[in-house]
Structure formats: structure tokens, C-alpha cells
Design a protein around this ligand. Structure first.
Ligand SMILES: Nc1ncnc2c1ncn2[C@@H]1O[C@H](COP(=O)(O)OP(=O)(O)O)[C@@H](O)[C@H]1O
Ligand SMILES: [Mg+2]
Length: 278
């Protein structure tokens, strides 16, 4: 499998009163045309890993890596202008708080169309057609109507679909979805994941699915990285998670009821046993 992205020794560093702190502490992984899950508890560095790939680590933080390459492009040395050319068009991310990524005063169709205007020479008419197509692709029943709505006029589930539409409209090679369904009801959640899954398969993209939910990641991904405290502590095929060896992963598995139906009580993670220290 040829890699779309290769990362070696990535750190995300923030300055602090007592010197710099690394919130991502030297991780290495690769992504092919596959669905890669990144799972771990809140604060383990998942979102910062996704942001580092997109050049979106918030200042004054910064990403440092021995190697971070996307299709021959050295992301570790790319400037903001270079990232702007890649973002949306070739690398795309749904941020963890999608509400903040939609502009409240611009109609949904026009917002999706803006990405097209920035990255392609499509005519106005052509852009409109492509936006309507992509809204239909994320299974919005009445694309013409939704095109004209403002972000506050759509439900959470619809908003999430709009975000996915925005992420895929330029047919990027890699999509990074950060907790894409955490704000959704369980019933809508599976639908949204199915839409993404379908797009990834049909268009041969690479997907990074970031979640704190191990069960979800195990179900929808091919391969899983488990992060703990800024590091990757386990990497395995989704189907082999049951054989995971790291105590943190075992703890996650043990507290995930559907992956281990034999258990009736949910054991609490024994953090003391993990031996993690900074
Ligand atoms: N702007 C920031 N400045 C300093 N530290 C931050 C900032 N944003 C996040 N962090 C810290 O980085 C760590 C990793 O965050 P994040 O990648 O968002 O975790 P996750 O997505 O796994 O929940 C957390 O400990 C968080 O407190
Ligand atoms: Mg996060």
C-alpha cells in the first residue's frame, strides 16, 4: 500500500511559563488509502495531531517533525500559503466544533461554493451545480432549499452533513474527521458515518477518523492508533483490537460494553497502573 501521508517523530509544542510543553510527544505513523482511526481519551493529543497535518495548530503552538510528507510535499516545512493551497483541495478536515467553522451570515450553498471558487476556475453556474450535487451526495433530500439556508436554520445532523459536504466538495485525497458525530443522536450518527464511509470507498480517499469512542473507531476503520498522553501506545488492525497489549487499550476495551459482551459491569480505568509520567 503506497502511503499518502508519512509522519516521523511529530511533536506539537506550546510555550509555557516553565518552558515548552509537548502535547504530542514524538509520534510516527502513515496513512494509505484506508480508514485510520485515532482513539484516546480527552486531552491525549488527537485533535492536535489532525491539526498538525493541516497546518492548523493554533498559535503560539507549533508542529515539529523529522518528517511529515503528503504526496511528496514536505508539510513540516510548508508555509501558510502552501497549506492554503492544499487545504480543502487535497487535505480536508472537519474540526471538532463544526459550528464555529460555519460562517453564520453566509448561506450554506454559497459557503460550500466559496471553496470551489478559491481552488478552481469553475463558472458560477458550474459551482452551483457541483454544490447541489455534493449536498445530494451527503443525502440531503432537498438540496435547492438547503442551499439557501443560513447555518442557524439547520439541525445538528444537517449541519454535520453540510460540514462533510464542505470537506468533500473538492474531492481531496485525505479527509480528517475530528469527532464528526459527537454532537449527534445515535440514530443520525450511523447515517453520517455511512455517508463518509461511502465517499471514502467510492472516491478512494484516505480517512483519519478521530474519536474518543473506541467502539465506533473499531467498527468504521481498518486500522487504529491508540493515543495516550501525547503518544501512540498501540497500533493495530481494527479487527485485532481484542489482542491489544497496552494496559491503556485493554482498559478502554474492558470499559466498552459491546466489544466485550461477556462483561456486565464497566470497570473503571486504573490510571495508577498505567505508569504514565511526564
Ligand atoms: N491552545 C492551547 N494551548 C496550550 N495547550 C493546549 C491548547 N489547546 C490544547 N492544548 C492541550 O493540548 C493537549 C491535547 O489536546 P487535544 O489534541 O485537543 O486533545 P484531544 O483531541 O485528544 O482531546 C491537551 O492537554 C490540551 O490541554
Ligand atoms: Mg479533540
Amino acid at each position: 500500500m503506497s502511503a499518502l501521508i508519512e509522519v516521523e517523530n511529530l511533536r506539537v509544542r506550546f510555550p509555557g511559563d516553565h518552558g515548552p510543553t509537548d502535547v504530542v510527544r514524538g509520534i510516527s505513523f502513515s496513512l494509505g488509502r484506508e480508514r485510520l482511526g485515532i482513539v484516546g481519551e480527552s486531552g491525549s493529543g488527537k485533535s492536535m495531531t489532525g491539526r498538525a497535518l493541516m497546518g492548523l495548530v493554533p498559535a503560539p503552538g507549533r508542529a515539529i517533525a523529522d518528517r511529515m510528507v503528503f504526496d511528496g510535499i514536505d508539510l513540516a516545512r510548508l508555509d501558510e500559503r502552501g497549506f492554503r493551497r492544499l487545504r480543502g483541495a487535497r487535505l480536508s478536515m472537519v474540526l471538532q466544533d463544526p459550528k464555529f467553522s460555519l460562517n453564520p451570515v453566509i448561506r450554506i450553498g454559497e459557503q460550500i461554493g466559496e471553496a470551489l471558487a478559491f481552488h478552481s476556475r469553475a463558472s458560477r453556474r458550474e459551482r452551483r451545480r457541483r454544490v447541489l450535487d455534493v449536498l445530494a451526495a451527503v443525502r440531503i433530500d432537498d438540496p435547492e432549499r438547503v442551499y439557501r439556508l443560513f447555518p442557524h436554520e439547520v439541525s445538528g445532523g444537517m449541519g454535520q452533513r453540510v460540514m462533510i459536504a464542505m470537506m468533500v466538495v473538492l474531492e481531496p485525497d485525505v479527509m480528517i474527521a475530528d469527532e464528526p458525530t459527537s454532537a449527534l443522536d445515535v440514530s443520525v450518527r450511523a447515517q453520517v458515518l455511512e455517508i463518509m464511509d461511502d465517499l471514502v470507498r467510492r472516491r478512494g480517499m484516505g480517512l483519519v477518523l478521530i474519536s474518543h469512542d473506541l467502539e465506533m473507531v473499531a467498527r468504521w476503520c481498518d486500522r487504529v492508533l491508540v493515543m495516550y498522553d501525547g503518544r501512540i501506545v498501540e497500533e493495530c488492525a481494527a479487527g485485532r483490537l481484542a489482542e491489544a497489549t497496552h494496559p491503556y487499550t485493554k482498559g478502554l476495551l474492558a470499559s466498552t460494553p459491546h466489544l466485550d459482551d461477556a462483561r456486565e459491569l464497566l470497570p473503571v480505568l486504573d490510571r495508577g497502573a498505567l505508569g504514565a509520567s511526564r
